[in-house]
Ligand binder design. Structure first.
Ligand SMILES: [Zn+2]
Length: 337
């Protein structure tokens, strides 16, 4: 069973295959659609539709199997092996079978560093190509984003720029070097807070979230340090609402996801001093770190039970922390294994 990374639908390509038509397929003017566009005052939209219904249509064809892949061959011999999801009509990628797919939703308040983190992880996979332990080789899915674009935006972020939210999933394939060459697919979703505004927004904008194995909640180190000192109830409630929005996204999931609490922007810690510097110092000690976080945000104790497990991480997406050059690669492994 293959999984659509856009909407989370499971699809058996042997039974429900839908195909993207070959890129050069014939388009003809559809008079009914043209009339519809005109009656609604819609301009700038082409009324030329794929010629699937005219008598000379090349589109009625047969499905063949080529080297184990289902392929659509039209009457005129053109073929396409690009499968599309029957629910959302986005491309159904290969190697997204349920047993090889791991997906992670990155969320958090505005300016919590989630987009920068996803960009840094993608950049690491593109430029280094191998996992820190050299067990895996990474391949970036270039159909969704241009890898040069991703790395240049990641560079800009390192120089202090602010990235726009990534609107499409970021997909990395991981291939083991061993003889069996297993392929795994890791998907990262950069989720804006407005997507989680209420339960309905969650359902509409994040249908993929119910099947995600990791929910990464980003807490910037400056916010965390401020909270440890101020003990503000309002900030705890805001975080609670953020996490509640997410909980409703997986309420029908067979297995709840892992909550990966991630302290971001660790590169600021030293300069900030005080509680932030303390966090930097204890970053290797998960238990102490957890105490810091639950002191600042008591809601974690309450909501943590709704997740399979609560894990704690620290990371800097911008500059490596002294003596820890591989931190971002290691963080990738902490999330995806
Ligand atoms: Zn879909």
């Amino acid at each position: 069973m293959r999984k659509c990374i856009f909407c989370g639908r499971l699809c058996d390509p042997e039974q429900y295959a839908l195909f993207r038509l070959p890129p050069d397929h014939r388009h003809i003017r559809d008079t009914v659609y043209a009339g519809y566009l005109m009656s609604r005052g819609i301009r700038g939209v082409s009324a030329d539709l794929p010629g699937v219904c005219d008598s000379f249509s090349p589109e009625f064809g047969k499905i063949e199997w080529e080297r184990g892949k289902p392929t659509l061959v039209t009457k005129t011999g053109r073929s396409s092996d690009i499968l599309v999801c029957p629910s959302c009509h986005n491309e159904l990628f290969r190697d997204t079978d349920v047993n090889v797919l791991t997906s992670a939703v990155f969320f958090g308040a505005k300016d919590s560093g989630k987009t920068s983190l996803v960009l840094a992880l993608a950049r690491e996979c593109i430029t280094k190509q191998f996992s820190p332990d050299e067990k895996y080789r990474y391949f970036f899915n270039e159909k969704l984003y241009d890898p040069n674009g991703i790395t240049s935006v990641a560079e800009r972020v390192r120089e202090g720029g602010k990235p726009d939210d990534l609107r499409s999933p970021t997909v990395i394939y991981r291939v083991t070097g061993s003889s069996d060459g297993r392929v795994m697919c890791d998907v990262m979703y950069d989720v804006s807070v407005t997507d989680t505004f209420d339960e309905q927004s969650v359902n509409v904008t994040m249908p993929f979230a119910s099947g995600s194995q990791h929910f990464v909640y980003c807490i910037p180190v400056d916010k965390l340090a401020e909270m440890i000192v101020s003990d503000s109830e309002a900030a705890d409630i805001r975080m609670k609402l953020d996490i509640y929005g997410m909980v409703s996204a997986f309420r029908y999931a067979e297995e709840p996801p892992v909550l990966d609490l991630t302290v971001t922007k660790l590169d600021l810690a030293e300069k900030l001093g005080g509680a932030a510097a303390d966090i930097l110092r204890v970053r290797g000690d998960v238990r102490t770190l957890r105490n810091y976080i639950t002191t600042a945000f008591p809601c974690i104790d309450e909501l943590g039970g709704m997740f399979r497990e609560v894990r704690i991480h620290t990371v800097s997406a911008v500059a490596p922390i002294a003596g820890d050059d591989e931190a971002i690669g290691k963080y990738y492994c902490e999330i995806f294994g």
